[in-house]
Design a protein around this ligand. Structure first.
Ligand SMILES: *[C@@H]1O[C@H](CO)[C@@H](O)[C@H](O)[C@H]1NC(C)=O
Ligand SMILES: *[C@@H]1O[C@H](CO)[C@@H](O)[C@H](O)[C@H]1NC(C)=O
Ligand SMILES: *[C@@H]1O[C@H](CO)[C@@H](O)[C@H](O)[C@H]1NC(C)=O
Ligand SMILES: *[C@@H]1O[C@H](CO)[C@@H](O)[C@H](O)[C@H]1NC(C)=O
Ligand SMILES: *[C@@H]1O[C@H](CO)[C@@H](O)[C@H](O)[C@H]1NC(C)=O
Length: 264
């Protein structure tokens, strides 16, 4: 029964994943290219054990981040997936090519949020089912933020991390970077973007920001180490201290839990 449900869901999901993706007019999605967090700090091994990097292949190659939620589920951004046929996912990596292990994943394992809207990036979230992994000091899951404790995160400090651009120049670096940010009121992002209630706004200072290539990666609360956001989009420059937009995990956690119930 579970297997049939999963198969049906996978078929449905891969159909949805391949609807045409249209970029928001004022925003750029934070993916594509070998690019990193701007003005960040080098991460150390085991600091973000739940963070995975993946390369996806279709007409174009793109790179995204994701977060491990269980031994078989990874959460990422929906906008990473359209048009992609397969990919390679790297676990426990802080420098390209030093992953603890990696898995090939195929498009039938992609489950984008059914209400993902490529125009507004509303519900920019997707689940990917992976071959079962074993946890260690370097590869582990992260717990989700919840509505009871985390409905209002204004002023909370959080980490963002990824292998995205280190500046607006596509400078090459093979390392995982992170930075600390503060979660802002929705009004800040509403002034810049077509901001949706399913999103979380983060203010940036000192050019410390996520950038292209960081999409799908985590926004993790310092307090309690909860996953509160998925890197979604920002303005055309990552270094003008414009705010950044993340998918708000507490708005989609019912969907995440439903997907995880299909198989565990
Ligand atoms: C998924 O990938 C396969 C190749 O592995 C391809 O034949 C198929 O068309 C892809 N599915 C979609 C919906 O693009
Ligand atoms: C959210 O928390 C901030 C900071 O504690 C507070 O200023 C604001 O009024 C709260 N917003 C709501 C809607 O409760
Ligand atoms: C980020 O915040 C954490 C937790 O407060 C702290 O330990 C760390 O040193 C900070 N890192 C940077 C680069 O500011
Ligand atoms: C941010 O980066 C830009 C471009 O490199 C630079 O001109 C500016 O001075 C930086 N701003 C801050 C606050 O460091
Ligand atoms: C990077 O951040 C530091 C503060 O941590 C700041 O002093 C510096 O100006 C920033 N550099 C750039 C290029 O923005």
């Amino acid at each position: 029964m579970k297997a049939i449900k999963l198969l049906l869901l996978a078929i449905f999901a891969s159909a949805l994943a391949f609807k045409e993706f249209v970029k928001g007019s004022k925003a750029v999605d934070l993916y594509n290219g070998n690019e990193r967090i701007t003005n960040g700090t080098l991460a150390v091994r085991g600091q973000f054990p739940y963070l995975v990097r993946f390369r996806l292949f279709g007409e174009r190659v793109s790179e995204c981040g994701g977060s491990i939620l269980s031994s078989i589920w990874v959460l990422t951004a929906a906008h990473c997936l359209p048009g992609k046929l397969y990919g390679d996912m790297y676990f426990g990596e802080i420098r390209s090519k030093n992953a603890r292990f990696h898995h090939r994943i195929y498009n039938h394992s992609f489950i984008p949020h059914p209400e993902y809207d490529g125009k507004t990036s509303h519900n920019d979230a997707a689940m990917i089912i992976i071959p079962r992994i074993t946890f260690s000091k370097y590869v582990n899951k992260i717990q989700l933020a919840n509505e009871a404790k985390h409905a209002n995160l204004t002023g909370w400090r959080a980490f963002i991390a990824g292998w995205g651009r280190v500046s607006d120049d596509p400078a090459q670096s093979r390392d995982l970077y992170y930075t600390n940010v503060t979660i802002a009121d929705d009004e800040l992002c509403e002034a810049f973007y077509n901001f949706q209630p399913s999103q979380l706004c983060v203010s940036t200072v000192h050019n410390q920001s996520s950038c292209r290539g960081d999409s799908g990666g985590p926004l993790t609360l310092h307090k309690g180490n909860f996953l509160a956001g998925i890197t979604s989009y920002s303005g055309p420059s990552c270094m003008n201290n414009a705010p950044q937009v993340f998918t708000r995990v507490t708005k989609i956690d019912a969907w995440i839990r439903n997907v995880m119930d299909i198989a565990s």
